[in-house]
Design a protein around this ligand. Structure first.
Ligand code: PEP
Ligand code: MG
Length: 825
């Protein structure tokens, strides 16, 4: 019997039977047979009934290939009829027998004959009057007497379940869970064990782990004189399974069958290599195992169950690694809305940085800081964020923007900080004057009201739903240790600040693959020095200001080197256009004029002079390095001096310096000459010997095409797939959010290329760039450091073209380590 012919439930029952568990007689119908029945074929009930004794009572349960794909509900007590009822009255008493008959009539009428369920509610007193009424009602509603023949009943049940599976709603539901178009349904026909009658009779459900934490402990309930999953619905009348101060337990009342049940559970775990939930029945004190399914589990339990199965030698460490999806691992790094918590969804945007955060709405970075200083959690809501919002983002517990896509400023910073973030919630109206948000359904949310952003799903929720905490427990670490042993591609982190670097290290990134140095300049004091530098009139003035920035940068780098303790640190030289550092409104310009002691008109003129029509394609990256070389020289000096200082204090540091936005080999030559000269100067001044590596960021299509020319001038190349995607498509990464969903809906793009690496186009440039670089410098180090770096598909592609490592936001490092391992196993 196999799961893709008879379904998972049938397969599992067969294994339980082979393990000598007390499973009642069972017949499994394969997908083929059920499909034929759905198409109008007559079920061969004679052949099925031949397996059971005379006058059997049967249950039918669905058995789809994957239990998550669902299926029609089980039908119990098939075979109940007037004659069987009379017999049962003698065996188990009239009340119990009548109750069973009534329940069967109810489920047959509503699920099989599809009659109005309101006509068939179960009476409080299951007596002969209630039974007569139910039979009469059935006859009136169905225009025929209640069927008395078990063959006819069974045929109707099988037909109805087979057709339900083929129905449109069922198809849509299972497709959403990943089922293929032609997913089949098997059916399991089983002898009933009544669970109702003399002695210790009843039914229950048991599992051996906590479904939220994965901790080994018996959970479940048992209800005397019951069937199926009644115990779970029964509330306080149900018994606990193990001894419990809150009430009586099955363990105390029926110790022998309980011990047998626990032994069955252990055997099932060991032999089915899985944590199972077992449905069981006691009849007259005898145990029957009716069914077993995989325990439904949250992300935390997923990890712990897999690790403990491997630690107990039941599965291999590799299999444990394969059993956990990287998404589940990522969920553990953050607080989340508790599974099953009520969600009042205001709107949906793009899930830009995972985790959930709840707090009061604030509309400006300054208010976010004020809120944090009062100790109040706040959600920073902006049309979009800019570098000036960084401090506000640090102060907020979550960020929501109306505009922007997955590589927008808010998204990138949010991921770096591990700050839950939803961007591009374009259905929201932001009324900044009135300080309120207007939801698509017209609801208004004023400043100070509590909302929740769920950066895992992209939803914005009203109020504060129940949360579950982050869980980086021993099982999490163990799983990643096994993953590291299996993977064959490096994983580094993009980290700009000491806090990022610490996170990267905690998540055991193998180094920093991208430190965006401009992020070090947004802090208040730095920003003002930076502005002075931009306003310097002469080379001398600029040199003087850079002299003040030097110790700050040296301190930044020394701190990063110390945290990374000898692991590689790749520092990218200054990248953005200078005007990003200047105020954008009059108020800001006025205060800048005050600080610099300049007439407002001078400030305005300078800001205007630096404005560009298309700043992302303008004076930024290496272009700035070539035309205003003093900035890169200052950064190089800071890196070298920090290298010397950190190497004295701890592990030897070999910094990697990376030049952004290169498009021509000559740019590299020019910058390299200057950096080498700085290195010589530092060496001459200090006498300290140090090494460094110079690399180029490949983020323009031309750099990819000319990688063969560029490679001999550097020691490594790193593909910056954010800009490379932007420039390959000619698509602004900051504006694409506005129409991306329309484009994906119309299938112009299969997915957002800023989110999922475009293998066909951008990937071709990567392939070409890697080949050309290696052709001219065999063994040159190659990597990818755009936002794509942490995703499974980009890691698979990076392995395929032989890159040495991927680099991604620190909070994506664990999932990237796991994905890389799964791809290698
Ligand atoms: C890139 O362009 O891919 C990149 C990593 O740099 P940034 O996102 O800072 O432009
Ligand atoms: Mg870039």
């Amino acid at each position: 019997m196999s799961a893709d012919i008879h379904g998972g439930r049938a397969k599992c029952l067969q294994r339980l039977i082979r393990l000598n568990m007390p499973v009642p007689k069972t017949v499994a119908l394969p997908f083929r047979t059920v499909h034929r029945i759905a198409a109008g074929g007559v079920p061969d009930t004679g052949a099925i009934l031949a397996h059971f004794g005379p006058q059997p009572l049967l249950s039918v349960r669905p058995s789809s290939q994957d239990p998550d794909w669902g299926g029609p509900g089980a039908i119990l007590n098939i075979g109940m009829c007037d004659v069987r009822h009379a017999q049962l009255c003698d065996e188990i008493g009239e009340r119990a027998a009548t109750s069973l008959y009534l329940r069967f009539i109810q489920s047959f009428a509503t699920h099989v004959a599809r009659l109005d369920d309101e006509m068939f509610t179960l009476p409080d007193t299951p007596d002969h009057e209630a039974l007569a009424l139910a039979l009469r009602t059935y006859e009136e509603e169905a225009d025929e007497p209640f069927p008395q023949d078990v063959g006819r009943q069974l045929a109707d049940v099988l037909r109805s379940m087979a057709r339900a599976w083929e129905g449109t709603t069922a198809r849509i539901l299972r497709k959403a869970k990943g089922a293929p178009e032609d997913a089949g349904l098997g059916l399991v026909v089983q002898q009933m064990v009544l669970g109702v009658g003399p002695g210790d009779s009843g039914s229950g459900v048991i599992q051996f782990v906590d479904p939220l934490t994965g901790e080994r402990q018996v959970t479940g309930r048992y209800l005397s004189q019951s069937q199926g999953r009644d115990a779970l619905a029964a509330g306080s009348e149900a018994l606990y399974l193990t001894r419990d101060p809150r009430g009586p337990s099955l363990e105390e009342l029926c110790p022998e069958p309980f011990a047998e049940l626990v032994a069955c559970g252990e055997r099932a775990r060991a032999r089915l290599r899985e944590e199972m939930q077992i449905e069981f029945t006691l009849h007259g004190g005898r145990l029957a195992i009716l069914d077993a399914i995989r325990v439904n589990r949250g992300s935390r339990a997923k990890v712990r169950i897999a690790v403990e199965l491997a630690e107990d030698g039941i599965i291999s460490p590799e299999e444990a690694v394969m059993r956990v999806d990287p998404q589940a691992l990522s969920e553990l790094l953050h607080r989340q809305v508790a599974p099953g918590a009520a969600r009042d969804v205001i709107t949906r945007g793009i899930a830009a940085s995972p985790g959930a955060a709840r707090g009061r709405i604030v509309f400006s970075a300054t208010d976010a800081q004020a809120s944090a200083s009062r100790g109040e959690d706040c959600i920073l809501v902006r049309r979009e964020t800019t570098p000036e919002d960084i401090r506000g983002m640090h102060a907020a517990v979550g960020v929501l923007t109306v505009r922007g896509g997955v590589t927008s400023h808010a998204a990138v910073i949010g991921r770096g900080l591990g700050l839950p973030c939803v961007v591009g919630a374009s259905d929201l109206r932001l009324d900044r004057k009135a300080k309120r948000l207007v939801a698509p359904d017209g609801r208004r949310f004023a400043e100070g009201e509590t909302i929740t952003v769920d950066g895992t799903t992209g939803e914005v929720l009203a109020g504060a739903p129940v949360m579950v905490e982050a869980a980086l427990d021993g099982a999490f670490q163990q799983l990643l240790d096994w993953a590291d042993a299996a993977r064959d591609i490096g994983v580094r982190a993009n980290a700009d600040t000491p806090a990022d670097a610490q996170t990267a290290r905690n998540f055991r990134a193998e180094g920093i693959g991208l430190c965006r140095t401009e992020h070090m300049f947004f802090e208040a004091e730095r920003l003002s020095v930076m502005r002075e530098m931009i306003f310097a009139d002469t080379g001398e003035d600029r040199a003087a200001v850079l002299e003040r920035l030097l110790p700050m940068q040296r301190g930044d780098f020394a701190e990063l080197f110390e945290i990374m303790a000898g692991s590689p640190v790749c520092i990218r030289l200054f990248d953005p256009p200078l005007h990003e550092f200047l105020p954008s409104d009059r108020q800001g310009m006025r205060s800048l004029a005050d600080v610099l002691d300049l007439p407002l008109s001078d400030v305005e003129a300078r800001v205007e002079a630096l404005e560009e029509y298309n700043p992302m394609l303008g004076m930024r990256g290496v272009r700035l390095g070539v035309t205003v070389p003093e900035i890169y020289e200052m950064q190089a000096r800071a890196i070298f001096e920090a290298t010397i200082a950190a190497s004295k204090r701890g592990a030897k540091v070999v910094p990697e310096i990376m030049i952004p936005l290169v498009s021509a080999m000559r740019e590299v030559e020019l910058v390299k000459t200057r950096i080498d000269a700085v290195a010589v100067n530092v060496y001459n001044e200090t006498g300290a010997d140090f090494a460094y590596k110079l690399g180029v960021m490949v983020e323009t299509p031309r750099a990819a095409l000319r990688a063969g020319d560029i490679a001999p001038h550097c020691q490594f190349l790193s593909f910056g797939t954010n800009d490379l995607t932007q420039m390959t498509y000619g698509l602004s990464r900051d504006d694409a959010g506005r129409f991306m969903s329309a484009y994906v809906k119309a299938r112009v793009f299969p997915e957002d290329p800023f989110h999922t690496l475009d293998i066909d186009g951008v990937g071709e440039l990567l392939t070409m760039g890697a080949e050309r670089a290696r052709d001219s410098v065999p063994g040159i180090t190659l990597s990818i450091c755009g936002e794509h770096g942490g995703s499974r598909s980009a890691i698979a592609f990076s392995r395929a073209i032989g890159l040495d490592y991927v680099s991604c936001s620190p909070f994506r490092v664990p999932a990237a380590r796991l994905s890389a391992a799964q791809l290698a196993i």
